[in-house]
Design a protein around this ligand. Structure first.
Ligand code: CP
Length: 317
């Protein structure tokens, strides 16, 4: 594997899942694979899970790890060509990227959508510059439009907990005080569409995701119909994708909060969320603390998904 930015880079899912479960059983089985190899993790945005789980995965493979928080201690980076750099950004990303590439063997990048210009966000300007100019294999630790390490961990978690061959998986929008990118729901939809599971997306009108991510999913605007018979409820907030409201909050309707009343409509569904989660906005205390909540197991699987990806990249360098 030379890069990992979406489900398209992972190959057959059954093979990826098999590798994931082997790693989960014996995480230190390839502790020499990454010996004398350095992972550089670059964060343009905050992180708890991605930061820790990806480091842990690299350590399990014997790698050395460097972490750089661009906004805490590094020079501010100009990202556009042609700009007269007389402002507060002393370094251009086009020098910074190959310099960073010279210090490592693999690069992980986290760079969220700015939610100001849809075309720029959906072109993945920062991630693509790393791929083009670093000279090193690059993987996404959540970019503007996708969060593939999260979605892979979600897939592993559903595979572990599903009770039937084709579970009903429901992605539900839920309210949040801030405008959030569409990366997690886009990516989750893309990975679910790569399975033969019964996949439903439910959200208020106006929150339609980009068609290339919705794919073959069923979109159900009636939240109660969507919950009915669900085996997994996957909650996430996102801001509007459609013009002219791109990046805007259209609703904070608390009827979309995941609560016990709606969970009672399901097939005793498991509750999932990528975390961090706003309690009593996205999900009630009762639901997230219930035995059907698997958010901690889901987060733990982030190490597994990261380790599969790093292992595959290391095998090719
Ligand atoms: N789910 C996830 O990516 O968590 P962090 O933002 O804490 O890394």
């Amino acid at each position: 594997m030379k890069q990992f930015t979406s489900v398209h880079d992972i190959g057959p899912l059954d093979q990826a899942l098999q590798e994931a479960f082997e790693i989960k059983k014996n995480p230190l089985s390839q502790v020499d694979l990454g010996k004398h190899k350095t992972l550089l993790m670059i964060f343009f945005n905050s992180s708890l899970r991605t930061r820790l789980s990806t480091q842990k995965a690299a350590l399990n493979l014997g790698m050395d790890v460097i972490v750089l928080d661009i906004n805490q201690g590094a020079w501010k980076l100009e990202t556009e060509r042609g700009v007269v750099m007389d402002g507060d950004k002393p370094e251009h990303i086009l020098e910074a990227i190959p310099v960073m590439g010279s210090y490592c063997d693999i690069i992980g990048v986290r760079a969220f959508a700015q939610l100001k210009n849809k075309e720029e966000d959906y072109y993945e300007v920062i991630l693509n510059q790393f791929i083009q100019y670093s000279g090193k294999p690059v993987f996404s630790m959540e970019a503007a439009t996708r969060h593939p390490l999260q979605s892979f961990a979600d897939l592993i978690t559903i595979e572990e907990y599903k009770k039937s061959a084709k579970p009903k998986v429901v992605l539900t929008w839920a309210p949040h005080p801030n405008a959030l990118p569409q990366a997690v729901p886009n990516s989750f939809a893309e990975w679910m569409n790569a399975t033969d599971w019964d996949f439903v997306i439910t959200h208020p009108e106006g929150y339609e995701l980009a068609p290339q991510f919705v794919g073959k999913a069923k979109v159900e605007y009636d939240i109660e119909k969507a919950y009915k018979g669900a085996d997994f409820i996957y909650a996430k907030n996102w801001s509007a994708y459609q013009d002219p409201h791109y990046g805007k909050i259209l609703s904070k309707d608390m009827n979309w909060t995941v609560d016990s009343r709606k969970m009672a409509l399901t097939n005793n569904a498991f509750f999932m969320h990528c975390l961090p989660v706003r309690r009593n906005m996205i999900v009630t205390d009762n639901v997230i603390e219930s035995p059907r909540s698997i958010v901690i197991q889901e987060a733990a699987n982030r190490t597994v998904s990261a380790q599969v990806v790093l292992k595959r990249i290391l095998e090719k360098i």
